[in-house]
Write a protein that binds this ligand. Structure first.
Ligand SMILES: Cc1ncc(COP(=O)(O)O)c(C=O)c1O
Length: 399
């Protein structure tokens, strides 16, 4: 039988087709406007068609699209200088995606120990519920059977322990351990926050055992929590960090950041990427930083986050039969539903609001970082109407 589409069937797509975007709005082919609190799953950090990003991309497109990494790429130098100036990092490798940033992070950690004469130290401790991408190594790091199954033997060297369980981490450390890898806030796992004390304990364990702390800030980084990077809330720094999504504002861009010491093994020839650090991506990445690093931008995220927090808390109080818990930080929020989250999602979409499903029956709100308080309230009103719909449909109010 002929397939209805020549595309792989790997995505369960909703029957929605968008034609253009304007700020926090997406406009479908039939003209319907959707409030986009999914933001490409935390990608469209500055919303859609942000004028500064459009100008940066157009300006670069007229000059030069691509040069090989056999030559200097000035945009890489400037973006890397700016990133290192505002983070723990001394070195940066640019990629096209989150999974590639993670691959680079894992390779960096392994090479660090290799260069020190310990090739046996290549094991990475990761956490249950994690998501680090879809490459052969990152599905092993994420450890979720549903992503690993059928793709041959699981890549060796990844050991999972329960999220937040410091005793289990300690138990898992041995002479072959190279690093600990964690998302400060698990995204796909269901907006699960690593407690600050846990992050601090991980840092201390890494220092005690000579391990590298790798943070996956692909989803929670670049302003999403109201700090430039989520780990800043815990007052710690990693040795290596993977970044993507928000840093490109919709243009494919990722980065692996590392301290000078951690990156010591990554000498000429050890890693590479044809497109990583492409001039177009660098122009957009620099433009994203212009906006995110501007004075007051992160403060504004925190203010709008408060509007969401208060509104969601009130929704939970009014709909205890629909909403079990509100999770998250900044503009990375989760609604753990009491009803099947797919039903709630359907009702939310009927209100022309876009959110993203996650693990543990959670719906994620990942609005663009430019969302205003008024737009937040509009989204909350739509959520309320959706909650009323699922309540009516499931008859839970009477229960
Ligand atoms: C925390 C985290 N790490 C890694 C990835 C993989 O990023 P990409 O899909 O760009 O490869 C994702 C994507 O959702 C993510 O949320």
């Amino acid at each position: 039988m002929a397939a209805t589409t020549p595309l792989y069937d790997t995505y369960l797509r909703a029957p929605l087709r968008f034609e253009r975007g304007e700020g926090v709005w997406l406009v479908a082919e039939d003209g319907t406007r959707y409030l986009d609190f999914a933001a490409g799953v935390a990608v469209n950090s500055l919303g859609h068609a942000h004028p500064h990003l459009v100008e940066a991309l157009k300006g670069q497109a007229e000059k030069l699209w691509h040069v090989s990494n056999l030559y200097d790429v000035p945009g890489q130098e400037s973006l890397a200088r700016r990133l290192t100036a505002v983070t723990f990092a001394d070195r940066v490798f640019f990629t096209n995606s989150g999974a590639e940033a993670l691959e680079c992070a894992i390779k960096t950690a392994r090479r660090y120990h290799f260069a020190k004469g310990h090739p046996e130290r290549f094991h990475v401790i990761t956490f249950e519920g994690a998501f680090h991408g879809r490459t052969i190594a990152t599905i092993a790091a994420g450890g979720q059977q549903k992503y690993i199954e059928g793709f041959g033997p699981k890549a060796p060297g990844f050991y999972q322990v329960p999220f937040g369980d410091i005793a289990a981490v300690k138990n898992a450390i041995n002479d072959e351990t190279a690093a600990i890898l964690i998302e400060p806030i698990q995204g796909e796992g269901g907006i699960r926050l690593a407690p600050k004390a846990f992050m601090q304990e991980l840092r201390a364990l890494c220092d005690e055992y000579g391990l590298l702390l790798i943070l996956d800030e692909v989803q929670c980084g670049v302003g999403r929590t109201g700090k430039l990077f989520a780990h800043e809330w815990a007052g710690i720094t990693p040795d290596i960090m993977a970044v993507a999504k928000g840093i490109g504002g919709g243009f494919p861009l990722g980065a692996c950041l590392a301290t000078e010491a951690a990156a010591a093994g990554m000498v000429a020839g050890t890693h590479g990427s044809t497109y990583g650090g492409n001039p177009l991506a660098m122009a957009v990445g620099n433009a994203v930083l212009d906006v995110v690093l501007a004075e007051g931008f992160l403060d504004n995220i925190r203010d709008v986050a408060l509007v969401f927090r208060q509104g969601l808390a009130s929704l939970k109080d009014r709909f205890p039969d629909v909403i079990e818990e509100i999770r998250g930080d900044g503009l990375m929020l989760g609604i753990k539903a009491k009803v099947p989250s797919a039903d709630f999602l359907k009702a939310i979409r009927a209100e022309k609001l876009l959110v993203v499903p996650a693990g543990e029956n959670v719906l994620r709100l990942l609005p663009p970082l430019i969302t205003t308080a008024a737009e937040a309230r509009e989204g909350l009103a739509r959520l309320e109407r959706a909650a009323e719909t699922v309540r009516t449909n499931s008859g839970t109010a009477a229960a």
